[in-house]
Design a protein around this ligand. Structure first.
Ligand code: FAD
Length: 429
């Protein structure tokens, strides 16, 4: 053999070795890919290429967050044809997308005061996750000790499943662009990417957290000059175990979910600060929610406005539809000092606080409930939002069925349906 043929052979050998190595690595990767990939097939939509769709429903829920998915499930279970339009990619809102997966408070002073669909979802997600539920018979030293650690991922999927089982249609990535009154209710034009949806509906439940539909219709809303800070939830250094512990939080002062521009600003500010912390702490970023949690934007002016005196005195409204329980909990630039309620006090939520003043065929549930700022700082928590969502779902469905408006439905009927569906209804002493 000549030296040149030697070097040629060596080159060929190297090439072969490289090829073999590549093939071995390649097949290892291919094997890994095959081993870790399972397959499911999404249904082919007959109208997938249709950019504009039109449909008619009884109840339209706008916003599938903490209150919204409960409202939709309730409406669906009552046989109302229900559509939920959610601008994000999953249900649960602040509970899931913002990661505040420790809903409270379902209990007060040693007994459960809020149950129903929200509680059903919370307990099922905790059970499926192998977690533990608090013992409500025991009054905790600190109010937050009876919040329920919930797996945000499981919760979101279970919420979807329960919507589907109740016959609720879900439209993600969409939001209303215009809302106009019709002879029988509303026409709502929504937009998503590649989709325009025209909806005729009898009733709207606004669960956007900021009463966005109420604002579009020109009914009065309030928004403070300075709002409570939002929080961006993340975890540095140690693994976040969903359903077991709280995530680290960063206050985002000025956070405002009024529109896409203000929400973008809050997210950019929060994420920039988290990046700074990673650089300074030299710890790994182990978990980060996709968006800021917003505590406060618009509240509606309802037929009733719940005041802090109503709240702290435990006033049982004549038209109460749900209990609420939490300290007065106003976050400011200097932090938060929750003011616990006096022993035995359990506030209630007036049905009138869900109805935008002077409106018909429209109801609100969630943190934009009609209330003064201090009352709202306690009313805005998740169990209360879920309670409002369920009541709104009942009222809107009954109104759609009878061709009336939620305020015209006899309260007795709303109460009795709520009880049939597992909710606890406040009683006058
Ligand atoms: C950081 C933080 C900590 C908190 N801590 C606790 C706690 O420890 N315990 C507790 O119980 N509560 C806590 N809360 C309060 C509670 O989580 C919220 O007040 C509550 O979840 C609000 O529920 P909601 O249904 O009103 O709004 P959200 O859950 O925010 O739902 C609103 C939904 O509407 C969607 N949406 C908005 N606009 C549109 C639109 N135009 N079209 C379509 N969809 C739209 C949103 O994407 C979202 O899914 C906390 C809140 C924050 C932010």
């Amino acid at each position: 053999m000549t030296s040149s043929s030697n070097s040629k052979d060596e080159t060929q050998n190297k090439t072969r070795r490289g090829f073999l190595q590549h093939t071995v690595l390649g097949s290892a990767f291919a094997g890994m890919t095959i081993a870790s990939t399972s397959h499911v097939t999404a249904q082919t939509l007959a109208d997938a290429e249709e950019p504009e769709i039109t449909q008619s429903v009884d109840v339209l829920v706008v916003g599938g967050g903490t209150a919204g998915h409960v409202a939709a499930i309730q409406a669906g279970r009552l046989g109302a044809k229900t559509l939920i339009v959610e601008r994000n990619s999953q249900l649960g809102g602040t509970t899931t997308t913002a990661g505040v997966a420790f809903p409270g408070l379902f209990d007060a002073w040693g007994k459960q005061v809020i149950a129903g669909i929200g509680w059903e979802l919370v307990t099922e997600s905790v059970e499926l996750d192998g977690g533990t539920l608090p013992n409500f018979a025991k009054v905790p030293q600190k109010h937050w000790q009876n919040q329920v650690y919930t797996n945000q991922f499981l919760y979101a999927i279970l919420a979807e499943q329960k919507c589907t089982e109740a016959g609720v249609e879900i439209a993600y990535y969409e939001f209303p662009q215009s809302v106009t009154k019709t002879a029988t209710g509303w026409q709502v034009d929504c937009v998503g990417f590649g989709t325009k949806r025209r909806i005729q509906c009898k009733q709207i439940i606004d669960c956007t957290g900021g009463a966005e539909v109420v604002g579009m219709l020109g009914f009065p809303r309030f928004r403070e000059e300075e709002r409570q800070p939002g929080s961006y939830l993340f975890m540095l250094g140690e693994k976040h175990e969903p359903g077991r512990n709280q995530i680290q939080r960063l206050y985002v002062h000025g956070a405002d979910s009024t529109n896409s521009r203000t929400a973008t600003e809050a997210n950019l500010t929060g994420r920039k600060a988290i990046l700074e912390r990673v650089r300074q702490s030299k710890q790994r970023l182990m978990h980060m929610q996709p968006e800021t949690g917003f505590r406060e934007t618009y509240r509606i002016q309802g037929e009733t406005v719940i005041t802090v005196n109503d709240y702290t005195s435990g006033r049982v409204f004549d038209d109460a539809i749900s209990y609420a329980f939490y300290p007065v909990d106003l976050h400011t630039k200097s932090g938060v000092r929750p003011k616990p309620l006096k022993p035995g006090t359990v506030p209630t939520i007036s049905f009138g606080a869900l109805i935008p003043k002077g409106s018909r065929n429209l109801i609100v549930a969630g943190r934009s409930v009609s209330s003064d700022r201090l009352a709202n700082s306690g009313l805005r928590v998740q169990a209360s939002c879920m309670g409002m969502g369920q009541a709104a779902g009942v009222a809107a469905s009954l109104a759609a069925r009878s061709g009336s408006t939620p305020l015209e439905i006899p309260l007795k009927e709303i109460h009795s349906v709520l009880r049939e569906h597992g909710q606890i209804v406040p009683q006058k002493a």
